[in-house]
Design a protein around this ligand. Structure first.
Ligand code: CA2
Length: 145
């Protein structure tokens, strides 16, 4: 089983700015945490971060036929992109949307996600724990009989 952890714009700055909102740990620490959970479950993990919407769409398309689950944090594109949910729907790979912060208790423009309708679940406001929860949730969903 293979999962793709996909992070959108500015998340490469994790740990460098705004620690009060996004925490003090960096992207390497996040990916190491995800890798530990995937190793425990026997899931192969790939990761991708980009600041560009088209690159994220290309990566989703590249997952077609070879990836069992996607954990996207589309960052700001969550609230603006139609192309990203279109791509997720097109490849038909189950996804659990994750946000580090609680997008429902911040500015009004963050309350709407174009991605949520194509996700089997959305987890927000749990920091790095949310990624772990997403991996475990997808694994359980895909292995349940
Ligand atoms: O809470 C999340 O995970 C977000 O997806 C993060 C996005 C924001 O636009 C969404 O509304 C919610 C922003 C990512 C910016 O990441 C940074 C990390 C560290 C320092 C500065 C920005």
């Amino acid at each position: 089983m293979k999962f793709l952890i996909m992070n959108g714009p500015n998340l490469n700055l994790l740990g460098l700015r705004e620690p009060d909102i996004y925490g003090k740990e960096d992207m390497n620490a996040l990916l190491a945490r995800c890798q530990r959970v995937c190793d425990e479950l026997g899931v192969q993990m790939e990761s991708f971060q980009s600041n560009h919407e088209g690159a994220l769409v290309d990566r989703i398309q590249a997952a077609y036929g070879n990836t069992d689950g996607i954990i996207p944090n589309p960052a700001a594109y969550t609230h603006t992109s139609v192309a990203i949910p279109d791509a997720l729907k097109a490849v038909s790979i189950p996804c659990v949307e994750v946000h580090l912060s609680d997008i429902n208790s911040r500015e009004a423009f963050r309350r709407h996600s174009f991605v949520s309708p194509v996700a089997v679940r959305t987890i927000c406001g749990k920091g790095f724990d949310g990624y772990e929860e997403a991996i475990r949730f997808l694994y359980q969903k895909l292995t349940a009989h």
